[in-house]
Design a protein around this ligand. Sequence first.
Ligand SMILES: [Zn+2]
Length: 441
Amino acid sequence: MKIPVDMILTKGILLTLSPGSDPMADAAVAISRGRIVAIGNKAQVENRFEGKITIDAQGCVIMPGLVNAHNHAAMTCYRGMADDLPLMDWLSNYIFPAESKSDGEQVYWSTLLACAEMIRSGTTTFCDMYLFTDLVAKAAKEAGLRALVGEVLYDFPSPNYGSPDKGLEYTETLINRWRRDPLISVAVEPHALYTCSPSLLGQCRELAERYEVPLIIHLAESRSELEEISKRYGKTPVKHMESLGLLSSSLIACHCVWLNEAEMDLLAQRGVKVVHNPESNMKLASGIAPVPELLGRGVPVGLGTDGCASNNNLDLFQEMDTAAKLHKVHRLDPTIMPAEVVLHMATLGGAKVLGMDKEIGSLEVGKKADVIILDLRRPHLQPIYNLISHLVYSATGADVRDVIIDGQLIMQNQKLLTLNEEEILAKMGEIRGRILQRVSH
Ligand SMILES: [Zn+2]
């Protein structure tokens, strides 16, 4: 008698990405109740298990879903609205004014659009910072995506929660509301050092410690931030964080472009996790984060797209390609940031940054079944000498064929099963019209 399971993925090339593993041809994965129950040779798995659904992955790679470790999903509604500007000009004169008049409906539909884009390009987990976060969580949950979300907190009034003190209350409510959800978890998310007072940051730290949730912030992103924080507090951004007691293993610091050697040592000592967003840093001309140096010190580094308005897409396959090449040309060293290192950042490394590496990031028996199947039978992916090289340098998100998250089939043969894509696209047309009216008044 075979053991019944929910799903078997079979006949593919298996890339578990668990440490020390090699690709395995003609492999299968058995999934039941949201978790991986067996991995191995096709015959071995199929002799023991009977799947309610069997997915034929011949000519495809079966691999872990990607982890987008820094995103502002709902910013898809501003895609291409204000390009070719420096960070502070972009934020102060376009994004913050547009966002100050945003509403929950806009955030909800724009997040659904982002979810559709992420699923289509093989992302199964994302970490988000935005407004109206309860609706971000609702959208992610409906899409079937795994997400770590948080309400952006700063010193000025928010179109969602109103005065700054209400932001902490809102975050606390969110933490309690989503506490036991299998897909959604919540972090405390002050925006940045130049938008948050030391007192707000202290309260954020206290809240994150009380509920043992991550604290997420944009840190040392641009040279103007370095200058502004040095002028205001007489310290660099990292030193300012240290003086406020914010550097710890529960901190996820996004960007970390402007760091000196001593600050990198300090981040490593304190167990801080970092997210690298190369395309956003390139587009806003923020600089190049010292990622090889951080990795060399043992700092966990994940990969993120950042919001869509500074990228302008959420395709982590393209982001991997950029990450690998950016550091090579910067150092004039083609051996820096090899494909394996970059793929690790977008999978198990990213999962570690989000504190989820025990559950996701690699395909292992007992872990959550967050799996993607990518079709290799394409002209730009043949012939194959090195699979990981293809995933980083040749593939794009459009090559992803099937997506499974928490054991649920979310996309099959490039058809989204959880979302009504036509309805989302039609809504986005309406939202575009409303945004254009708002920014012109
Ligand atoms: Zn960001």
